[in-house]
Ligand binder design. Structure first.
Ligand SMILES: Cc1ncc(COP(=O)(O)O)c(C=O)c1O
Length: 476
């Protein structure tokens, strides 16, 4: 009988299975295993083939682990079992005891699958790949990007705590922070995280700050946050406070993808993703992921179990089989096209300015060069750009709407739609679409101009995208 005694980082007392007081009656031995025949020992792809590039390893994931054995598959199957057969009641009890238990070593011990909402293999394979791509201690996936953001912050914040968010964030993140967090007693301060001194002052003045949150590049302004500087500003406060009161840094890395930027390498604690975007890549499925320190894994799993925003195995499969293996290829091609489109727009008289981290005219181009790097160290400024039409402020919003109507009616290569990071080029007007939840009076302060237009470049030919843009611009 093995006594389980551990202090989970987070809400141990609220956990459905009060693990700290339970004892194990069967199974776990020093060498691992839980009553099943031992599975073949298999190192991770990263350990076994360290000389291969991360890009190659995104294609060749771990096909055998204590969680799954797909040794003979070239393509992993989609698992489809809502619940799992248990050999005995004791084994069921053991499975519950092991779930989200930091003393259970997922890398070496066979899991006892119970119910899809707790754990299952298709999702596990995707998590293993994403964790390696971002370089984190754990990855827990969710049904959408918003479910992932809610979970990452949900395990860190409780009533009485404060979240510091950058002033420009995706519209639904803004809505979460302003509509829901006040109801939960969580205070939100919108700050300018490009101003590191003011972030430090906030942290000095307010020990209730438990999370510092931002996106880089920001949606939709393409403004950048200095990852290293934010991590360095928060670190002394994290070190000085007791473990359960330490502030965490969280970056939404959706725009960049791990191909173009890996926040954890710059000292950030947690990266969150909408898998719906360029990681999924083909626009077929929704998903989200949290990648961060192993310490947070139990609480993230418990949160997912209880709030229920689980990524279905069928939605985990496309990013695993199509999205991640083609991520590098798609990103490289998209970035090449984005650069060509950005240069074209920058020279066009109907365009006031273009904001793209890859252009020397981007006010933080030097920062982009420093932190937006692909797996081989090459400059990787992403495939999103923002541009503002020329004209008086009063008329530019109306002109923007007309521009998008023209594209919607005439263009093959440019689709008027929300979302981003697909093989199709997508255009949208943030002020009236994705960022409509941000009140008009706050939009300007958040860098969302009435006339700014967001373009997510796909895989069409650059000449065709440019021809469609040219035709619509000439009709304004
Ligand atoms: C930067 C960013 N984060 C998060 C999300 C939310 O992702 P999802 O739609 O998968 O919930 C989006 C969606 O557009 C986004 O653009």
């Amino acid at each position: 009988m093995v006594e389980i005694s551990y202090e989970a980082f987070g809400n141990k007392d609220q956990a459905l299975f009060p693990r700290a007081t339970q004892s194990r009656t069967t199974g776990l031995t020093e060498s691992g295993g839980s009553g099943l025949d031992p599975q073949p020992e298999e190192k991770s792809v990263d350990e076994k083939f360290p000389k291969y590039s991360p890009e190659t390893r995104l294609i060749h994931g771990k096909m055998v682990s204590p969680h799954w054995n797909y040794r003979d598959h070239i393509v992993p199957p989609i698992s489809a079992s809502a619940s799992y057969r248990l050999e005995s009641a004791a084994r069921g009890a053991e499975g519950f005891l092991e779930f989200a238990n930091p003393e259970f070593n997922h890398d070496t011990q066979s899991p006892i699958y119970i119910y899809d909402r707790l754990d299952e293999p298709s999702r596990g394979m995707l998590e293993e790949r994403l964790q390696a791509a971002e370089g984190g201690g754990t990855c827990v996936t969710f049904s959408t990007g918003m479910a992932a953001i809610s979970a990452a912050l949900g395990v860190l914040l409780k009533a009485g705590d404060t979240l510091v968010s950058h002033r420009t964030v995706y519209g639904c993140s803004y809505s979460l922070f302003t509509n829901w967090y006040p109801r939960l007693g969580i205070r939100v301060i919108f700050a300018d995280l490009t101003d590191i001194d003011s972030l430090t002052r906030l942290l000095e003045e307010d020990s209730s700050i438990m999370a510092v949150y931002g996106e880089t590049p920001c949606n939709p302004s393409l403004e950048l946050l200095d990852l290293q500087a934010i991590a360095a500003a928060v670190r002394p406060f994290a070190d000085a406070r007791p473990p359960r009161r330490r502030p965490f840094t969280i970056i939404d890395n959706t725009f960049a993808t791990p191909y173009c930027q890996r926040p954890l390498e710059h000292g950030i604690d947690i990266a969150v993703h909408s898998l719906t975007k360029n990681i999924g890549g083909f626009g077929t499925d929704m998903g989200g992921a949290v990648i961060g320190p192993k310490l947070l894994e139990p609480d993230l799993l418990l949160y997912r179990k209880d709030f229920g925003g689980v990524l279905s195995p069928k939605a985990a499969w496309p990013p695993l089989v199509y999205g991640l293996p083609t991520l590098a290829l798609r990103c490289r091609q998209q970035m090449d096209l984005t650069h060509q489109v950005a240069v074209f727009l920058e020279q066009h008289p109907a365009v006031d300015r273009v904001i793209y981290p890859g252009l020397p005219s981007h006010p933080q181009h030097e920062l982009a060069q420093r932190q937006m790097r692909d797996f081989d160290g090459g400059f990787a400024p992403g495939s999103l750009l923002c541009f503002v039409l020329a004209g008086e402020a009063a008329e530019v919003k109306e002109r923007g709407a007309r521009f998008m109507d023209l594209l919607a009616q005439q263009a093959l290569t440019i689709t008027l739609a929300v979302s981003l990071g697909q093989i199709r080029t997508l255009i949208e007007h943030p002020a009236s679409m994705t960022h409509a939840p941000v009140p008009a009076e706050n939009q300007l302060a958040a860098g969302i101009e009435p006339g700014s237009i967001r373009l997510s470049i796909g895989l069409e030919k650059a000449e065709d995208i440019i021809a469609d843009l040219e035709k619509a611009l000439s009709q304004l």
